[in-house]
Design a protein around this ligand. Structure first.
Ligand code: ZN
Length: 322
């Protein structure tokens, strides 16, 4: 079985910073470097395998050839259903919304996009936009966008390092300036921009808005409760573990490793490991599988059925599976 270390694709969106290069070791020559698509089979930003027998090939190719690496839960789809990114928001992202699966498959030929953010770091006054503070209508929104005062309808929430936000398809949202997040989402790249702060890009043009589509897929009601829930951290010798999010599409766990942690990658699903702090190595009991070292910013894909794994080191990781 393969433990694949992945090389991400980068995105130079105008709101990005340089922290992914400066602090997360990304060797991508883009300024700004807004996003790295760490584990992706999406044609808009495919990850490439860095090590082992698939070195130099895209993860998408490898998984097409070996759908069994995905696991029995997703094998029949023949495609990785998840996309994982690092996002460095030096400036505000646009106010946006994503369609659900039904709409996106019919109109865009892609999946819908529900997403989860884990806040890796946040400036003192950093905030996000999370839904509406009161019910709105299409007319109200159209006027607000024209007049540039959409803000008064949006819920702004102060964010802190370690926060978790689940953003279901249909919820209007925006990551605010001074926030660095890991995003786990459906494998999709459909975004409808509602408002972009009238910014112009490097070509001197405003980025396109998609108001008409956005209002078709948008939840116009009041946002759900945004308070951070009680968190249950389980402590073991050598690590602590915490389930951050469990939804229809993925399950995310945060593990703080002080010495080591063992876990099993079963036949039913692959697992993805994203290191957000520290360093270490993953090894298996199978002597044909070579140990793989990782450090801050690295992302590993563990094929379904890899079996018992040991992760040794001192690190904070996010571990995602189906
Ligand atoms: Zn989004």
């Amino acid at each position: 079985m393969e433990i694949m270390k992945l090389l991400p694709a980068g995105k130079d969106y105008l709101w990005g910073g340089t922290r992914l290069r400066d602090e997360f070791g990304k060797k991508i020559d883009m300024t700004p470097l807004a996003e790295t698509w760490e584990c992706s089979v999406h044609p808009d930003g495919p990850s490439v395998v860095e090590n082992g027998k698939y070195s130099g090939r895209t993860l998408a190719e490898v998984l097409r050839e070996h759908p069994e690496y995905l696991g029995t839960k997703v094998e029949d789809k023949k495609e990785l259903p998840i996309l994982m990114k690092l996002i460095d928001a030096k400036k505000d992202l646009s106010v946006q919304v994503h369609p659900n699966d039904a709409y996106a498959r019919e109109h865009e030929g892609q999946n819908g996009k529900s997403e989860m953010w884990y806040v890796i770091d946040a400036d003192e006054n950093a905030s996000i936009i999370y839904g509406f503070i009161h019910p709105v209508t299409e007319e109200l929104l159209r006027k607000a966008v024209e007049q540039g005062n959409l803000d008064k309808h949006l819920q702004k929430v102060k964010v802190h390092k370690g926060d978790i936000y689940y953003v279901p398809a249909g919820m209007v949202h925006g990551i605010g300036a001074g926030t660095l997040v890991a995003e786990i989402q459906e494998n999709s790249n459909v975004t409808y921009r509602v408002y972009d702060y009238d910014r112009i890009d490097t070509n001197g043009k405003k980025r396109e808005l998609h108001f008409d589509k956005a209002v078709k897929v948008m939840n116009m009601g009041v946002a759900p409760d945004v308070k951070q829930r009680h968190r249950f951290v389980h402590y073991y010798p050598g690590c602590s573990r915490e389930t951050l999010c469990r939804c229809k599409y993925f399950e995310t766990e945060k593990i703080e490793v002080t010495k080591g942690v063992s876990f099993v990658v079963k036949e039913e699903s692959f697992q993805i490991i994203l290191c957000i702090e520290g360093e270490g190595q993953v090894e298996t009991v199978d002597e044909n599988t070579r140990p793989v070292r990782f450090s801050k910013g690295d992302c590993l894909f563990l094929s379904a059925g890899t079996g018992k794994c040991y992760l040794l080191g001192e690190a904070e990781i996010l571990k995602v599976r189906c």
